[in-house]
Design a protein around this ligand. Structure first.
Ligand code: MTE
Length: 400
C-alpha cells in the first residue's frame, strides 16, 4: 500500500508533490525512449486528490448520466455503453497545462508545482465518441456547454470542467469517453473505469472517473473549472489573484487548445557528451506537439542562440494509424481517416556535425504549427504557471 491508497506505481516516476496526491512524470529520456505510445507505467499522472477505488467486478455496472438541457436524459452503465454504441480506437496525446512549469518557477514562483517537460504522454484510447451520446440525448435549444464531473471528492467538491457543446458535437474534434488505454482497461490513476479524452486541448479538460455530463447554457461553475487551468494576465500577482475574484470569473482566461511546444530529449539538459570515437554526427532528438488539432509543420534547432536555425526531420507516427483506418483494434475500429486534425505528438531528429557541436554551449529547439504559429523566444509568466512554451534549451558540455 502507498500512503495515498493501494496502487502499485512504477519506481521510475518522479513525484512532483509530496506523498499525496499523486503527481508524477517520467524522466524525459525514459519517456522519449518508450516511443510514440507511452506505457501506463510511465504515463504522466495529474491527480487533485485520492483516486476513487473501483474494483474490477464493479466496472460493468459503473453508472454515468447525461442530464441538464437535453430532451432525453440518459443513465447508462459502462456495459450498456460498450454494447450499445460504436467503439473506436485512436492515438491521442494528453498534455498537462503545467508542462514545463519548472522553468517559470525559476523565473518567478507561480502557484503550481514544478513540472519538467515530461507532463505529456500518448496512448491508444478505446471508447465512444461523445457526439454519438449527445445525438441520442438531444440537447435543447439554448444548450451551449458540456459540463463533466468526476467521482473524486476533493476539498472544493467533485473535479469538473466544461467544453463547448458544438465542439463536443463535432466529430472532427474527436472528443470521446474512453474505457481502455493501449488495449487494457484504464489504470486507477488514469480514470478507471471511464474518462473523457478531449484531443488537442489541455489535459485538465479530460475528466477522469467520469460520472456525469451536464448540458448547460453557461460554462461550468465547478471550482476546478474556475480556479484552475487559466492563464491570467502576466501583471496579476499571486496576492492580486487571491484578493480579486474578478480575475478568475473571466472565461476569456480559461485555457482550451494547447499551444505548440517542443523539447529536447537527447542530449539531456546538462549532459556531458563524450564525442571521442563517436561518428561524425551527433543525433539530437525530441518531441513536438501542436494544439487544437494543428499539425506541427517544422521543427528547428539553433546552436547560436537563434541567429541561425537548421531544419529537423519529423516523424508523424500518428499517420501510420490513419493509414490503418477500418482495422479492428482492442474492441474498437481505428477510425480516423476522416479526421484531418493531428492530435498526437511527433518526434523530430537532426544530425549535427561534431565540428559544430564542439563550439556549442547550448542547443535550443522551437516548432511551428500549420497556422504558422511559432514557439516564442520569451516566456509568458502567469500566476498559475501554465502553457509555458518558449524555445526549449539544454546546456551541454564535452568530456575532455
Ligand atoms: N479528472 C479528475 N476527475 N480529477 C483530476 O484530478 N486531473 C486533470 C485531468 N482530469 C483530474 C482529472 C488534469 S489537470 C490532467 S492534466 C489530466 O487529468 C491528467 O490525466 P492523467 O493523469 O491520466 O495523465
Amino acid at each position: 500500500k502507498t500512503p495515498d491508497g493501494w496502487l502499485p506505481r512504477d519506481p521510475r516516476l518522479i513525484r512532483l508533490t509530496g506523498v499525496h496526491p499523486f503527481n508524477v512524470e517520467a524522466p524525459l529520456t525514459d519517456l522519449f525512449n518508450e516511443g510514440f505510445l507511452t506505457s501506463p507505467e510511465l504515463f504522466y499522472v495529474r491527480n487533485h486528490g485520492a483516486v476513487p477505488q473501483v474494483q474490477d467486478e464493479e466496472i460493468p455496472d459503473w453508472e454515468f448520466s447525461i442530464e441538464g438541457l437535453v430532451e432525453n436524459p440518459i443513465t447508462l452503465t459502462l456495459k450498456d455503453l460498450i454494447a450499445g454504441y460504436p467503439q473506436i480506437t485512436c492515438p491521442i496525446t494528453l498534455v498537462c497545462a503545467g508542462n514545463r512549469r519548472k522553468e517559470q518557477n525559476v523565473v518567478r514562483k507561480t502557484k503550481g508545482f514544478s513540472w519538467g517537460a515530461a507532463g505529456v504522454s500518448t496512448a491508444l484510447w478505446t471508447g465512444t465518441m461523445m457526439q454519438e451520446l449527445l445525438k441520442v440525448a438531444k440537447p435543447k435549444r439554448g444548450a451551449r456547454y458540456v459540463c463533466m464531473e468526476g467521482a473524486d471528492k476533493l476539498p472544493n467538491g467533485y473535479y469538473g470542467t466544461s467544453v463547448k457543446l458544438n465542439w463536443a458535437m463535432d466529430p472532427n474534434r474527436g472528443m470521446m469517453l474512453a474505457h481502455k488505454m493501449n488495449g487494457e482497461m484504464l489504470r486507477p490513476d488514469h480514470g478507471k473505469p471511464l474518462r473523457a479524452v478531449i484531443p488537442g486541448q489541455i489535459g485538465g479538460r479530460s475528466v477522469k472517473w467520469l460520472k456525469k455530463l451536464i448540458i448547460t447554457d453557461k460554462p461550468s461553475d465547478n471550482w476546478y473549472h474556475i480556479y484552475d487551468n487559466r492563464v491570467l494576465p502576466t501583471s496579476v500577482s499571486p496576492e492580486e489573484s487571491a484578493n480579486n475574484q474578478a480575475w478568475w470569473m473571466d472565461e476569456r482566461y480559461a485555457i482550451f487548445d494547447l499551444s505548440c511546444n517542443s523539447a529536447i530529449a537527447y542530449p539531456a539538459h546538462e549532459e556531458q557528451l563524450c564525442l571521442v570515437g563517436a561518428p561524425e554526427f551527433y543525433r539530437a532528438k525530441g518531441y513536438a506537439y501542436g494544439g487544437g488539432g494543428r499539425r506541427i509543420t517544422r521543427v528547428e534547432v539553433t546552436l547560436d542562440k537563434g541567429k541561425t536555425w537548421r531544419l529537423a526531420n519529423i516523424d508523424y507516427a500518428e499517420d501510420r494509424y490513419r493509414e490503418a483506418a477500418g482495422t479492428e483494434l482492442f474492441g474498437g475500429t481505428i477510425d480516423m481517416e476522416w479526421r484531418e486534425a493531428s492530435f498526437c505528438w511527433c518526434f523530430w531528429n537532426i544530425d549535427i556535425p561534431l565540428a559544430e557541436l564542439r563550439d556549442a554551449k547550448d542547443i535550443f529547439v522551437r516548432c511551428m504549427d500549420e497556422s504558422m504559429t511559432i514557439q516564442p523566444r520569451d516566456m509568458y509568466w502567469s500566476v498559475l504557471g501554465m502553457m509555458n512554451n518558449p524555445w526549449f534549451r539544454v546546456t551541454i558540455s564535452l568530456e575532455k
